[in-house]
Ligand binder design. Structure first.
Ligand SMILES: NC(=O)C1=CN([C@@H]2O[C@H](COP(=O)(O)OP(=O)(O)OC[C@H]3O[C@@H](n4cnc5c(N)ncnc54)[C@H](OP(=O)(O)O)[C@@H]3O)[C@@H](O)[C@H]2O)C=CC1
Ligand SMILES: O=C1O[C@H](COP(=O)(O)O)[C@@H](O)[C@H](O)[C@H]1O
Length: 484
């Protein structure tokens, strides 16, 4: 299978925070891969902009080092790295002052797509947006890309939206949620809406429940200070897990276009019921013999922030009434795996008698690692032993299905940046979606804060606190195993 790479229009992309961690780990290596894939026009340019002083050569060296360190799927040689670096420039800019803005304006070309990636602390978003306009650097076709976290509650998100809206139209604002750029997430829409097979079963009549798991093996060391102010709810649930929930639960949009898709996602968020405290389990990882506990990583021996959370959510609409959605995410869990599992109901009547046991179909959608989908189906056990039933997987690993092209599965960031250049907002969050997501999460957080609920301790590299397992056991269900 040969994938087609369609070059994007010529562009000038400015990365504010071009020397920072995210730019070095994700954005610049991602752009380099798009360059290698032939998606970047000959004259496209990338301008790093940050506070520290560098000349262009120093910035190029920083990017060369970043590509070598972080470009895992590196299929290019040093010659190509050199050719890519030719596209790079650097400008020293103070987001809060006047230094560098005239120089940046001088560097921007007319007649090409202008994109500005705000890979800086959110407290600088408003300052940069304001200066892009007051220095006449951004025209009405320019795009801005803003990173998470988009606020820490409804009020701060509203303020951020209002600050950006003073200078940019909503059609120019690209709020990144990198989970939306993951290959399988888009495949989820292709599978749901490109096949007749699943959609008739996609409702509470046939689906017993849905599990969304994003498990990480890493702890919060190194990001402890940021993380301790956020916790798993703000860091992962309010954005990534809710976006996955929306894509699984939404009604078919009339078209695969930005507003049609985002309108449907918004309806899901607005239909989410409040979650009471019996349906939330929060946890913190313990120390191992050699590694610190969450509280040590966070630098606060009394921290009540959760490094794990599990929730039971209900959606109040005709399609999903009665079907629980279980979400869970956490650090230092047993394996790094992200999966959506659609757990279908048992067949209404077994013609094979009680001894055949109970069998239910499961559709597992794996985001990472080993992107792919597995449908567990029931068949007759091979051999002469009579009508005995077994469950077997119908497995579609994207790597196997795509053969050599599996290498070409693009990383979320590179896909999303190319969408920005193309002017396609489908995989970006709209302002009202972000606000609706905070409107749902705020009361849950306030409720556990008011109650003084303490997170449960869990053993590092386990499946999380026992209480999370109990939450499902109480109703005769169980979590899927966390495994790669
Ligand atoms: N790192 C990550 O894995 C992730 C990060 N994010 C988000 O991405 C954004 C960037 O994060 P990250 O790269 O980690 O942050 P870093 O602290 O590593 O980098 C910050 C960048 O901002 C620049 N900067 C700081 N102050 C100014 C200023 N006054 N004017 C101009 N530039 C300035 C810094 O320049 P200099 O170095 O020259 O001072 C640096 O390039 C944040 O919003 C973060 O929440 C989101 C998801 C993951
Ligand atoms: O946004 C974030 O995501 C990462 C997990 O991303 P993944 O693509 O590696 O699954 C998470 O570690 C981080 O805490 C969070 O801010």
């Amino acid at each position: 299978m040969v994938s087609r790479v369609i070059p994007v229009d010529d562009f000038d992309l400015v990365i504010f925070g071009g020397t920072g961690d995210l730019a070095r780990r994700k954005i610049l290596p991602g752009l380099y891969r798009r360059f290698c894939a032939g998606q970047m026009p000959e004259t496209a340019r990338i301008i790093g902009a940050a506070r520290s002083e560098h000349d262009t050569e120093e910035f190029r060296q920083l990017v060369r080092d970043a590509i070598r360190e972080f470009s895992t799927k590196n299929t290019c040689d040093e010659g190509q790295i050199g050719a890519f670096l030719e596209r790079l420039d650097y400008v020293q800019v103070d987001a809060r002052g006047s230094d560098g803005w005239d120089a940046l304006k001088e560097m921007m070309r007319d007649g090409v797509v202008k994109a500005y990636y705000f890979s800086v602390a959110p407290s600088l978003f408003g300052d940069i947006a304001e200066r892009l306009q007051s220095y006449g650097i951004a025209d009405e076709s320019a795009r801005i890309v803003v990173e998470k976290p988009f606020g820490r509650d409804l009020d701060s998100a509203k303020k951020l939206n209002a600050d950006l809206a003073k200078h940019f139209d909503e059609t120019q604002i690209y709020r990144i949620d990198h989970y939306l750029g993951k290959e399988t997430v888009q495949n989820l829409m292709a599978v749901r809406f490109g096949n007749i097979l699943f959609e008739p079963l996609w409702n509470s009549q046939y689906v017993d429940h849905i599990q969304i798991t994003v498990a990480e093996t890493v702890g919060v060391g190194g990001r402890g200070e940021y993380y301790d102010r956020s916790g798993a709810m703000r860091d992962m649930v309010q954005n990534h897990l809710m976006q996955l929930l929306c894509l699984i639960a939404m009604e078919p949009p009339s078209r695969f276009d930005p507003d049609a898709v985002r309108d449907e996602k918004l309806k899901v968020i607005r239909a989410l019921e409040p979650v009471d405290h019996h349906s939330i389990v929060r946890g913190q990882y313990e120390a191992t013999a050699t590694e610190p506990s969450y509280r040590e990583d966070a630098g606060d021996p009394r921290s009540t922030t959760e490094s794990f959370i599990a929730l039971r959510c209900m959606i109040s609409n005709w399609r999903w009434a009665g079907t629980p959605f279980f979400l869970r995410t956490g650090k230092k869990l047993k394996a790094r795996t992200s999966e959506i599992a659609v757990m279908f109901k048992d067949a209404p009547h077994s013609i094979f008698g009680e001894e055949a046991g109970r069998h239910a179909n499961v559709l597992s959608i794996r985001l990472q690692p080993n992107e792919g989908m597995t449908l567990k189906v029931t068949i007759k056990e091979p051999g002469p032993g009579g009508m005995r039933l077994v469950d077997v997987p119908l497995d579609m690993s994207f790597a196997e299905a795509l053969g050599d092209d599996a290498e070409e599965i693009t990383d979320a960031y590179e896909r999303l940046i190319m969408d920005v250049i193309r002017g396609n907002q489908t995989l970006f969050m709209r302002g009202d979606e972000v606000e609706a997501a905070w409107a749902w999460t705020d009361p849950l957080i306030e409720s556990w804060e008011k109650r003084g609920d303490m997170p449960k301790a869990y053993e590092a590299y386990s499946s999380g606190p026992e209480e999370a397992a109990m939450m499902l056991h109480r109703e005769g269900r169980r979590w899927r195993e966390i495994k790669e």
